[in-house]
Ligand binder design. Structure first.
Ligand SMILES: [Zn+2]
Length: 252
């Protein structure tokens, strides 16, 4: 069965992801309904389900209108999305089977407390936890929670395709190059991303193997004093480095 991954851009920098076969589609984090409905109508494709990663409006606001258009649609989400139109409550470790697709639910608190990711080999839909070159802001959880969540995602196979919620890669890579100014992998990737964005091309999905090289938030256990502009006390443990980086990124 041919499976296809589609990214529908919306708002200024969000992506709504669609995973589809010829007849069926699964929609991940529809913050907006009309771009999705337009796509489905043009493609004569029936949506089977919506998956929600967390409760923020820019990931959930399209659900109501999609349900009006497609009343039989199944809507999966964690407890924190219970007033966002879900009809299937899911939690960590659940397996969701929709047609030929099978998803594993992975709890990844930090950005929000009930945030989940959905893994359907090789695709990972991780909302606002792991972003390309960076990670989401900590709105509800702690730095330690988000650090632990990112490590969980980093333990997936290297060929995992990271399908995150935002096109923030350029800003993340500029920050990474500021923190590790002489790192060849980061310099190289920054230039790659600048080129892609100049041509209005997406930088997503990205490969987990790439993220392990260029995402400083996934490298907190190996960054050395000689590589970085950071003071030595922020390198005393991977958790402290992670919290420092996340804090600095907020105001960069
Ligand atoms: Zn969010």
């Amino acid at each position: 069965m041919h499976m296809q991954l589609i990214a529908i851009p919306t708002f200024t920098d969000n992506y709504i992801w669609l995973l589809r076969t010829t007849q069926q589609a699964i929609i991940i984090d529809p913050g907006d309904a009309m771009p999705v409905i337009n796509y489905l109508q043009k493609e004569k494709c029936q949506p089977a389900a919506i998956l929600l990663t967390h409760h923020h409006w820019d990931h959930t606001d399209g659900v109501a209108l999609l349900k009006q258009h497609y009343p039989d649609i199944a809507v999966y989400g964690p407890n924190e999305t219970k007033d966002k139109g879900i009809n299937h409550l899911i939690s960590d470790g659940d397996h969701i089977v929709i047609g030929t697709f099978r998803f594993l639910v992975i709890a990844v608190p930090g950005h929000t407390l009930g945030h989940v990711a959905y893994y359907c080999k090789p695709w990972l839909f991780c909302g606002d936890t792991l972003l390309s070159g960076g990670c989401g802001k900590i709105f509800e959880g702690t730095a330690q929670q988000l650090y632990h969540s990112l490590n969980k995602l980093a333990s997936l196979p290297d060929d995992t395709q990271i399908c995150c919620g935002h096109e923030y890669t350029l800003s993340n890579m500029k920050f990474a190059a500021h923190i590790l100014p002489t790192d060849p992998d980061i310099q190289h990737y920054l230039h790659e991303v600048i080129k892609r964005r100049q041509q209005s091309l997406s930088t997503l999905p990205s490969l987990l193997s790439t993220e392990k090289k260029i995402n400083i938030f996934l490298r907190c256990n190996s960054i050395k004093k000689t590589q970085t502009i950071l003071p030595a006390n922020s390198l005393s443990s991977p958790e402290i480095l992670f919290a420092t980086l996340r804090q600095l990124k907020n105001s960069y």
